[in-house]
Design a protein around this ligand. Structure first.
Ligand SMILES: [Zn+2]
Length: 397
């Protein structure tokens, strides 16, 4: 086998044995370099291979090295080194620490990459994070293994300059996509075969779980809005003050709270997940109910490029969602704030891809409920809550 064929065979070995990592393994590109002294990676999924040095390695050792490098890349070891400020003199200890984090995921019987540290070698148990091995692990005096900038982020002499949109190497955006894909595939693999190493599963679940629980956030935003309105001092003339009888002919306003007027503008042109939309509406339904406000007090304006007539329904599931075509939520927002009584709180459910009014219409408090994986920025006058798919958490068994 020539060196090219060996790389192809090693990658196939890796993808066969670690199928949940395949998307990352096949994103690797290879660069020959005689100064590496083995194999090293950079943050752009490029693997620098010293063919003279590695020509005597078995294919499975070369494959294990690829799995190892993918471990550094997927787990973001370079970014994590920057976060805790690892300096050049400590780099090799950081490499040992992150090596220990990933080496216990290698399937038993597979070769450990050349001279790579293990948890045991650092005097600590398996399954810790690199940061813990770094802080508490024994320092190896004879370590010379440098996995490359993929592991620590400090440029190495062999690192080639990276340019976006070239065939060699990938940028940050694609790197995030690959991470998410591998995380999903890891969870799916575990569900189907139950044989994914614990720490890969822990990593995948950590990545797929939403950063915030949207239910809690939506609840807090809505409750805050309602509390501020119902708690607001309202000199209402609707119920005369008791002092009226003592006063002359002037009717004094009474101090009382009232039910808030809430309107909902629903973007029917958006490509929103129906399931998430249903969940978010049901959540609003439940929150209003808990606050003593019936859902049929809510005025709902469906809107694509024009606003529909307001609907009042008993339950969120009774809404008639008509629409399609272009989006201009400004139309729906205008219709909502011009309807009397003026709403105290305006909820706008959308994927976010719409032109917005420049300022808060009629001074109404407005919350954008964004149903989209990666919603665009919204104007400052809008509060925002992002509704995301809640990834299933699969625990190691
Ligand atoms: Zn390493």
């Amino acid at each position: 086998m020539n060196s090219e064929e060996r790389l192809v065979a090693a990658r196939l070995w890796a993808a066969y044995n670690y199928p949940y990592l395949a998307s990352a393994l096949f994103a690797l590109s290879f660069v020959s370099d005689d100064n590496v002294g083995g194999v090293a990676g950079d943050e752009h999924f490029r693997l620098y291979v010293d063919h003279d040095e590695t020509s005597s390695w078995d294919v499975d050792l070369l494959g294990a090295e690829m799995v190892h490098q993918v471990g550094h890349l997927l787990r973001g070891h370079a970014a994590r080194a920057r976060e805790i400020g690892v300096r050049e003199p400590e780099l090799l200890h950081w490499v040992d620490a992150t090596d220990a984090e990933i080496n216990d995921d290698l399937i038993e019987g597979h070769p450990i990459p050349d001279e790579a540290a293990t948890a045991e070698g650092l005097g600590l148990p398996n399954s810790l994070f690199g940061e813990e091995y770094f802080l508490k692990g024994t320092r190896r005096l004879d370590n010379s293994r440098d996995c490359g900038s993929s592991a620590h982020g400090n440029p190495r002499p062999w690192d080639q300059p990276f340019e976006e949109n070239t065939s060699r190497g990938i940028g940050a955006e694609e790197r995030d996509l690959i991470r998410r894909r591998v995380a999903s595939e890891t969870v799916a693999h575990h569900r189907n075969y139950g044989s994914t190493p614990d720490s890969w599963l822990r990593w995948a679940n950590g990545l797929l779980e939403p950063r915030v629980d949207w239910r809690a956030e939506l609840g807090a935003t809505l409750r805050r809005g309602i509390a501020e309105i119902t708690g607001a001092v309202d000199y209402s003339y609707q119920r005369p003050s008791r002092r009226w009888s003592y006063a002359s002919k002037v009717i004094l306003p009474s101090l009382r709270s009232r039910l808030p007027e809430i309107s909902l503008v629903l973007d029917t042109s958006a490509s929103m997940s129906e399931e998430l939309l249903g969940q978010a509406l049901a959540e609003i339904d439940g929150l209003m109910c808990a606050a003593g406000i019936r859902f049929n007090l809510l005025r709902v304006f469906t809107c694509d490029s024009v606003a529909g007539t307001p609907q009042r329904v008993r339950r969120s599931s009774d809404l008639n969602l008509i629409g399609g075509g272009g989006t201009d939520l400004g139309q729906g927002i205008n219709a909502a704030v011009q309807t009397r009584p003026i709403p105290d709180l305006l909820l706008i459910m959308t994927d976010g891809w719409t032109p917005w009014p420049e300022s808060v219409p009629n001074g109404v408090r407005a919350v954008a409920v964004l149903i989209n994986d990666d919603p665009p920025v919204t104007p400052d006058w809008l509060e925002r809550v992002e509704i995301r798919e809640v990834g299933p958490t699969v625990r190691a068994v």
